[in-house]
Design a protein around this ligand. Sequence first.
Ligand SMILES: Cc1cc2nc3c(=O)[nH]c(=O)nc-3n(C[C@H](O)[C@H](O)[C@H](O)COP(=O)(O)O)c2cc1C
Length: 169
Amino acid sequence: MEFSELIEKRYSVRGYKPDPVEKEKLDNILEAGISAPTGVNAQAFKIYVINTKKHKEGLEKIYSQPWFVEAPVVLCLAMAPAKCWTRPWDGKNISDIDAGIIMDHMILAACNQGLGTCFIGAFKKYAAVDLLDLDEEYEPVLFTPLGYPNDKGRNTTRKSFDELVVYKD
Ligand SMILES: Cc1cc2nc3c(=O)[nH]c(=O)nc-3n(C[C@H](O)[C@H](O)[C@H](O)COP(=O)(O)O)c2cc1C
């Protein structure tokens, strides 16, 4: 798929078929996440590949929308903030920025193969820590279901170019 077509095609999918995700496609998506840039190349993350059927109850406690547990796979990206770069002069830790980039790489790789995803940030952190048995070093930052779309398609718009782009000459 052309890059511009990919950017145009991706949207937040909120309805999934139960059909399995092929192993080659899943591996391609995970490789895209692993290839993502991180500040100082810290790579201080883990990607959890969760079998939805096996962990339906635990997942429902994390995020309660019914479509969250429709796809066969849910991905969780957990970061270790203490191992990510912190800007020394003002203390800004960049783990959330790293996380957004890693997840976006996976989400675009999924879309490129006809698979749907949806960034999920509004989840219950401690339910996630419980399900994934995370130690204190790792913090769950983003989830996404991963599966074939079964919804009505994109329904969002964007602000205009002029509202969002500022040229400072
Ligand atoms: C960091 C991040 C967190 C998000 N968290 C949620 C969420 O918890 N639940 C949800 O339904 N959508 C979530 N979204 C999806 C946004 O609502 C969606 O991207 C936005 O409305 C634009 O729509 P589109 O993705 O279809 O283009 C999140 C998106 C981002 C980038």
